[in-house]
Design a binder for this molecule. Sequence first.
Ligand code: GLV
Ligand code: GLV
Length: 335
Amino acid sequence: KSHSVWVSRPLFPEVLATLAQYVDVSVEPKESKRTPEQLRAKLAHVDGAIVGLGDRIDAGVLAGNRRLRAIANLGVGYNNLDVPALTAAGIVATNTPDVLTQTTADYAWALLLAAARRVCSAERWLRAGRWRGGMRFDDWLGVDVHGKTLGILGMGRIGQAVARRGAGFDMKVIYHNRSRLPDAVERECRAEWVEKSELLKRADHLVLVLPYNAQSHHAIGATELEHMKPTAVLVNIARGGIVDDAALAVALREGRLAAAGLDVFEGEPSVNPALRELDNAVLSPHIASASADTRRAMAQLAADNLLAALGHGPNAGHPPSLLNPEARGRRTGET
Ligand code: GLV
Ligand code: GLV
């Protein structure tokens, strides 16, 4: 075969089989944190790679690489890719939008409901055998979800899908996004645009769904947390670093926020020990897109993107989720 690709973690066998129809494939036996030097070595002798959110691909990793032509990211968020550096090197980059939108929105609700109604801490208590010791009528009081105000920070596809589900809980939906949605979309989501300060003040449940970048770093920090209701629930399914985890842990501990549901963390897979000690934080290991159907669809889309970028398969030359069309043709000697 004329091309070889590297896959940075195990994928579904049928997806690897699709790749193997066209290219030589080497797959890492497990997902693990790699140093830039290790990544550079892995990428040195392949034409393309499927990488995950833990693989940081930047100018340093690409330095001296004359062969690589395509990077397919396994995920919709791609803050792990330095896209300008990839473009400058003539390397095509792709992500996996759309296929995970609904599943990820479902999971935001799983965390919201679990945090609001204390599902996980109550379960820990039951498993510890403490129910038999007696329970009071006013134990395990959570906060209501139905009829409350749902706030959404970041109103892309996933944010809109979270918003639409609010109607089923009779919620008032408000959102903040740098750009307002068209009226028709606002109506369809039953969502009203508000300033960020108003969103913080009014939301009973605040879901974060914005991409991570320099502007969204610590978009929720100590100051923002101070403006939220002490009865509010915060849900982060976006990225670690959007919330100042240390400040959040303090707010949760001091009762200045009722609860949080967190799927992503600053510096994950490490999780701030202060958060791990809190009963009013529901914590999960970045699994919002992890349904059987959706993870398979993401892997398949990443493979389709990679094959297409290398000129193979039904979409040859036209990766379905291309992030940097400008990259094409920049490698010398290519068209
Ligand atoms: C997951 O976090 C993704 O960006 O797909
Ligand atoms: C974010 O909301 C996205 O789907 O891109």
